[in-house]
Design a protein around this ligand. Structure first.
Ligand code: TMP
Length: 209
């Protein structure tokens, strides 16, 4: 049986994760790999319920600790119920965001202590870690313009001040700098064709291992 892998697509809001994930899925399926596409927060029935709560723009009063614990709770369920079983079956799991998002948004942007976030991530991951996290990097001003142009409304995180989104972006770049074995940064301001081709070269390397 082929070895399973976990690949994460993360980065700035509006950087085009969904389109890129679709391109990766098609690419892997054309190579006869079984792919599970999933997302965070979400990916399981419990996780999707938690997503609704944590991202609802109707509850701006949500405190930072509640927010952190909801993301972590969704992740714990996701890893146990969906990700680890799929990988054990030799599948490739492709997740729209994962633990790197908590480090960026809840530590770098919100300012919660890194030690606390690491502890919660460790608890949720239970020894598991993604093979590769692809950071689609984009200036948050451009990213938010793209999100606005979709006309789907903004979630609670996207209604934060621009400074918050800038800090989250810097957090992703910092994580990638500190762990080049597990992170790669792709410039999402390039043409879509170029972004897809850069991403697919990374994917080919990861799944060949
Ligand atoms: P998205 O998946 O549609 O981009 O929305 C998820 C939002 O939640 C996005 O703004 C990033 C944020 N987020 C966190 O703040 N922490 C997390 O741990 C995760 C997974 C997402």
């Amino acid at each position: 049986m082929k070895k399973g892998h976990m690949i994460v697509c993360d980065g700035s809001n509006g950087a085009g994760k969904s389109t890129i994930i679709q391109a990766i899925e098609e690419h892997l399926k054309s190579g006869h790999r079984e792919v599970v596409v999933t997302r965070e927060p979400g990916g399981t029935p419990i996780g999707e319920k938690l997503r609704e709560i944590v991202l609802s723009p109707d509850t701006p009063e949500m405190c930072d600790t509640t927010e952190l614990m909801l993301f972590a709770a969704a992740r714990a369920q996701h890893v146990k119920e969906k990700i680890v079983p799929a990988i054990q079956e030799g599948k490739i799991v492709l997740s729209d965001r994962f633990d790197s998002a908590t480090v960026s948004f809840q530590h770098y942007a919100r300012g919660l202590p890194l030690s606390l976030i690491k502890q919660l991530n460790e608890m949720a991951l239970d020894g598991f870690r993604a093979d590769m996290t692809i950071i689609l990097d984009l200036d948050p001003v451009t990213g938010l313009e793209r999100v606005n142009s979709r006309g789907e409304g903004l979630d609670r995180m996207e209604t934060q001040k621009m400074d918050f989104l800038h800090k989250a972006r810097d957090g992703y770049l910092e994580q990638a700098k500190n762990d080049p074995e597990h992170f790669v940064v792709i410039d999402a301001s390039q043409s879509l064709e170029r972004v897809i081709s850069d991403v697919l070269s990374v994917i080919d390397e990861v799944v060949a291992e």
